[in-house]
Design a protein around this ligand. Structure first.
Ligand code: ATP
Ligand code: MG
Length: 440
């Protein structure tokens, strides 16, 4: 297989603060062991089977949906033109993802640009997540159909090869649009994506035959079709929700640095409210244009939640954390609603967080609101006051993103209330940025 190694020339090292690294913790309360293979998950309710590479045992492990196509390795090698670097769409913890072309209704490879375009994810044998996650992906995604979940077309299991074949999502990941592209995503598109992703989670939590906790909600797992409809991908960490009168699922702590709910990191108790927290982090990334963790920011701004939380509920201050690249092209009412919603989702007490169906209802009107800040006299006055005051003080400090000024470190905004021991859910988890390939 043309491994990612052959594609490394395309790896983009220029983006700071890449946080898309899974972490695994041997026990919830012990120190994290970064870059360790994922250990079997001990859970009260889980459909994730134990790891094995034996193809024969596979059929016992996999309650696979019959509509999935079963590919041979050579099918996929040819479909991706030998996994060539030009076909590389991206790289994650599981392995590399390549663009390919297959017959509309079969498994045979076809000429590029014809038939069905697919994304082929290859399991890196040395990868962190391995067979168990491959299996979980087939098990969950193979049995779940929803417009806001990426469609799993099929899979390949042959000797040591483990591959997954998805519908191709032409606009790539939300991560790419928020943090890599030079053109900022317009406000209404951001709200449309937030709504679509929320519907995906609401389906998993509240509408699926058996509730599912997604556990890996983050911008790189939100893929976009040609019309910016959001679809969730990557079910490798998904878990069946608690059954009967159980309130949570006990698992080893896994997820992605910067997105996991604090109580889950502390206790290993997983509930659908852990996903709601992660949704809050992603909504905040969309509002601010900042990554959930970014070590290249000034002190006090590394952790997005910690930095933004004090501003979110405040009608007069929330706009200070909004992405300056929006340049006033956002709905004032919509931005306030979204900021308040993010604050609720990020509540330290999981019980206070809304259900995803409530999140969907709150978000529904937001993409269509037209009270743009750029045409508001009050907003423009505030903006010019801000830039005047920052010009006056800039001589003694460093101008920050939102036009505010810092003096030798922490910004002048009040951050004191967020600097407590629980302010940073993952502060004890060492980040492990990994290189990331560019999308096509
Ligand atoms: N179906 C798809 N269509 C188009 N591009 C895709 C598709 N699936 C994945 N990609 C691209 O490949 C990249 C890597 O995906 P992958 O899910 O392997 O890793 P990740 O989400 O970036 O990181 P992690 O392994 O931590 O979840 C994605 O960010 C996306 O850009
Ligand atoms: Mg992913």
């Amino acid at each position: 297989m043309g491994s990612c190694m052959s594609s490394r020339s395309r790896v983009d090292h220029s983006v700071s603060g890449r946080t898309g690294t899974h972490y695994a913790e041997s026990e919830p309360t012990k120190e994290n062991s970064r870059d360790q293979p994922v250990a079997p998950v001990s859970s009260t309710t889980t459909s994730n089977a134990e790891s094995t590479s034996s193809t024969s045992k596979f059929s016992e492990e996999l309650k696979v949906a019959s509509q999935l196509r079963k590919f041979t390795f050579i099918d996929l090698k040819l479909a991706t033109r030998n996994f060539r670097p030009e076909s590389l769409l991206g790289e994650g913890g599981f392995g590399c993802v390549f663009k390919g072309w297959i017959e509309e209704n079969g498994t045979a490879p076809v000429k590029p640009g014809t038939g069905l375009t697919v994304a082929v994810k290859t399991l890196n044998i040395d990868g962190l997540q391995g067979h168990k996650e491959w299996l979980a992906e087939v098990d969950f995604l193979g049995n779940l159909l929803h417009p806001n979940l990426v469609k799993l077309v099929g899979y390949c299991i042959e000797d040591d090869h483990r591959l997954l074949v998805y519908e191709f999502m032409p606009r790539g990941s939300l991560e790419n649009h928020l943090f890599r592209r030079s053109l900022p995503l317009p406000w209404s598109v951001r709200m449309k994506i937030a709504l679509g992703a929320a519907k995906g989670l609401a389906f998993l939590h509240e509408e699926a035959e058996r509730p599912v906790i997604y556990r890996d909600f983050k911008t790189s797992n939100i893929l976009l079709d040609a019309d910016y409809n959001a679809k969730l991908s990557d079910f490798g960490l998904a878990k069946d929700g608690p059954e009967g009168d159980k309130t949570h699922v006990s698992t080893r702590v896994m997820g992605t640095y910067g997105y996991a709910a604090p109580e889950y990191v502390m206790t290993g108790h997983l509930t659908s409210k852990s996903d709601v927290y992660s949704f809050g982090v992603v909504l905040l990334e969309m509002l601010t244009g900042r990554r959930s963790m970014d070590k290249n920011r000034p002190n006090g701004e590394h952790n997005l939640v910690e930095w933004a939380r004090p501003h979110l509920g405040d009608k007069r201050r929330f706009f200070r954390v909004l992405d300056p690249r929006l340049e006033g092209h956002f709905s004032i009412k919509g931005a306030l609603k979204a900021a308040q919603l993010a604050a609720q989702c990020l509540s330290r007490d999981p019980k206070v967080r809304p259900r995803m169906s409530e999140v969907v209802e709150t978000l529904k009107p937001l993409p269509n609101l037209k009270d743009m800040a750029s045409s508001s006299y009050n907003f423009q006055t505030m903006q010019s006051d801000r830039s005047r005051s920052s010009n006056l003080t800039a001589k003694n400090g460093i101008r920050t993103q939102a036009g505010f000024v810092t003096r030798n470190g922490p910004p002048m905004r009040s951050l004191s209330s967020s600097n407590g021991p629980h302010a940073s859910p993952c502060h004890h988890l060492p980040p492990s940025p990994k290189p990331k390939a560019k999308e096509q």
